[in-house]
Design a protein around this ligand. Structure first.
Ligand code: NAD
Length: 502
């Protein structure tokens, strides 16, 4: 406990200022209490939003490359605290330390991306139909960006949003998951370290709002926050999306997935099997991009299922455990509700399944307040409606198909549309898959999980339609303005040749 507290206080020296309160933070590793924090009050949130508006008025006028310099400094601070922050990520959300490090690396990568972007917020020059006119498209800062984040990527998702928002000229308000507020306070402290002495940065470019849905909702309903970027379940998006739309605000929604890998007869199984394993059991199945369904050609299904089943046996016997230990591949579920969700999902398919491997709680005696499970693999004769829902746990279904059209139809049948993959060495199949997968991500010979920051990240349908991180996702954080200038000396012509003579 003392060691844990030391690790926390090293990153959040002013921890005591945020408590004591009734937001109890526990570690999913063993259920120990890490902190008791005070949820932000309505008055505090109101004041934070007002400060954010004030910061916006100063920050929007700072040249974008200078804004990028602040993000460069933040990236440097992250580099020098990478290990400590990775350990805190593991302590608070339970992912294995290697993945905690990967998450902090992703923050560093997006800082680099944003720094480059700060010199490339390009608009267009458009040919005008009128003589002596110029037409431009300008991208301008938007205003305070409200970020709501999920427990499973407690720091990277914020960094994807915040670094882009900052270089685009916007301050950020962050309501992290109630399950992972300490990593948020740590990031805030690291950002303040980077901003100290950077005279062009107004204060309050970054603020954390602590609490639950209620505290997030206050930001959602406030007109002073023009963009709400919300990451979490589809259930959350269903509430947040319409509320922001009702006030004509903008949303960037990154919601649940139900991701599948199609394995065709030409697949190289030495590539396919490790991808399926990482996608299914990595992060204990708690990634939005985790592999939930494996749709396998009937000619290969016995071989694929048996190979996976034997790997699951090995993982279940010695690779589940404390995520801080080097040999562990699968850490705990976030909480009891997640475990119950997995049990319910298994129960729903028990009657139809051809075979079930794994499943069930482990270490219950040693850790009565932590929820470790054997990853589960379920062989089904066909896709059933019960698996249209996302179960946020290491639970993967293996389903046979006969024709690629049938596989694609099954693939697209679920309401979510985040990540997808095909394992094939046939270029025709690969191209057909890319054209017909209805997901925001469609990989070939790469699993569904583990995206790079350079590409736009997000999905369609119930995944929410938002795009974050690379490519031109930055446009979500700016407002677009079309500007026409007349530089002649006589009366300017009207568009469409309209005459309006007095
Ligand atoms: P969750 O929906 O329970 O909570 C996410 C966040 O939303 C939390 O901060 C929570 O306090 C807040 N929230 C919930 N209801 C709200 C409301 N009505 N108003 C305002 N804020 C509200 O999700 P979770 O359990 O933390 O995370 C797991 C889910 O997130 C999974 O469905 C997963 O697929 C999804 N996820 C998606 C992505 C993506 O990029 N698409 C990334 C990570 C996680």
């Amino acid at each position: 406990m003392t060691t844990q507290r030391d690790a926390i206080v090293r990153l959040i020296p002013n921890l005591d200022a945020f408590g004591p309160g009734d937001l109890v933070v526990t570690s999913p590793i063993d259920g120990t209490e890490l902190a008791r924090l005070k949820p932000s009050t309505s008055e505090e949130i109101d004041a934070a939003i007002a400060r954010s508006v004030e910061a916006f008025h100063a920050w929007r006028d700072v040249p974008a490359p200078l804004r990028g310099e602040l993000v460069r400094r933040f990236g440097e601070v992250l580099r020098s605290h990478k290990e400590e922050l990775a350990v805190l990520v593991t302590l608070e959300c339970g992912k294995i330390l290697e993945e905690g490090r990967g998450e902090v690396q992703e923050m560093i990568d997006i800082c680099d991306f944003a720094v480059g972007l700060s010199r490339q917020l390009y608009g267009l020059t458009i040919a005008s139909e009128r003589p002596e006119h110029t037409m431009q498209e300008n991208w301008l800062p938007l205003g305070p960006v409200g970020i709501i984040s999920a427990f499973n990527f407690p720091v990277a998702v914020w960094a994807w949003n915040a670094t882009l928002a900052w270089v685009c000229g916007n301050p950020c308000l962050w309501k992290p998951s109630e399950k992972t507020p300490l990593t948020a306070l740590a990031c805030q402290a690291l950002f303040e370290k980077a901003a100290a002495g950077f005279d062009d940065a107004p204060s309050h470019l970054s603020q954390v709002i602590l609490g639950y849905a209620e505290q997030g909702n206050q930001m959602v309903e406030d007109r002073r926050v023009p963009l709400i970027s919300a990451t979490g379940s589809t259930r959350m998006g269903r509430t947040v999306g319409p509320k922001v739309a009702a006030r004509f605000g903008r949303t960037l929604l990154e919601l649940g997935g139900n991701n599948a890998i199609i394995v065709t007869p030409s697949a190289d199984l030495s590539i396919a099997i490790p991808s399926i394993l990482f996608g299914s059991v990595g992060t204990a199945g708690q990634r939005c991009t985790s592999t939930r369904r494996v749709i396998v050609h009937r000619s290969l299904i016995d071989k694929v299922f048996d190979t996976l089943a034997s790997a699951y046996g090995q993982i279940g016997s010695d690779k589940v455990g404390n995520p801080l230990d080097a040999g562990t591949l699968v850490g705990p579920l976030i909480d009891e509700a997640a475990f119950e969700g997995m049990e319910r999902a298994l129960e729903r398919v028990r009657g139809v399944a051809d075979a079930i491997v794994g499943g069930g709680r482990v270490f219950a005696d040693r850790f009565p307040h932590a929820f470790y499970v054997h990853p589960a693999l379920v062989r089904l004769p066909h896709q059933v409606e019960a698996i249209h829902e996302e179960t946020f746990a290491p639970l993967t279904y293996v389903i046979p198909y006969d024709t690629l059209d049938e596989a694609l139809a099954m693939h697209n049948e679920v309401p979510q549309g985040l990540s997808s993959a095909i394992m094939t060495t046939d270029v025709r199949e690969a191209e057909a898959f890319k054209r017909h997968s209805d997901c925001g991500i469609a990989n070939v010979n790469i699993g569904t999980s583990g995206a790079e920051i350079g590409g736009a990240f997000g999905g369609e349908k119930e995944t929410g339609g938002g795009r974050e991180s690379g490519s031109d996702s930055w446009k979500a954080y700016m407002r677009r303005q079309t500007s026409t200038t007349y530089y002649g000396r006589s009366r300017p012509a009207l568009a469409q040749g309209i005459r309006f003579d007095l």
